[in-house]
Design a protein. Structure first.
Length: 151
């Protein structure tokens, strides 16, 4: 499948007319590629890539591990262990019903939902909804300021 007119972003990424799916500079799931317009990918005939570009931009755990490893100049294994320890500590505290306050970042807490009744939309039958607990996060002032300041 040869394309004569590849969009500029694909040429920048190292793709060629002979092989538009081969990227020399970036992996397809990097943030740089996800920020690219998916319409251009669709016009180039790369439907799978277009769908991937349209996906909501999120950071997964592996990307967080890579970021922490790069920022702290430690191994990925050490960064993964540190992240796992932090998440485990937050989870354990929340299981006990405690609040976890990270000054400047935010507060993790447990919210209890009361039992209630609802309706099955298909049959209209009344059903009982059991009481449950869920985790809540309230951002701190420093995090709010960082998110709202455009730099």
């Amino acid at each position: 499948m040869q394309r004569q007119n590849l969009p500029d972003f694909l040429r920048f990424l190292g793709a060629s007319a002979a092989n538009p799916l081969r990227f020399g500079r970036f992996r397809p799931n990097t943030p740089s590629l996800r920020a690219v317009d998916s319409t251009a990918a669709r016009q180039a005939g790369i439907v799978g890539l277009a769908a991937r570009l349209e996906k909501e931009m999120t950071m997964n755990k592996q990307e967080l591990v890579e970021h922490v490893a790069a920022e702290t100049e430690c191994s990925k294994a050490a960064a993964a262990a540190a992240i796992d320890a932090v998440l485990s500590g937050i989870t354990d505290a929340l299981k006990k019903g405690d609040e976890v306050r990270l000054v400047g970042f935010g507060t993790f807490s447990v919210k209890e939902r009361a039992a209630g009744t609802g309706r099955n939309p298909a049959t209209g039958e009344e059903i009982k909804i059991p009481a449950s607990k869920s985790a809540r996060f309230k951002p701190g002032a420093t995090l709010k300021t960082a998110l709202n300041n455009e730099k």
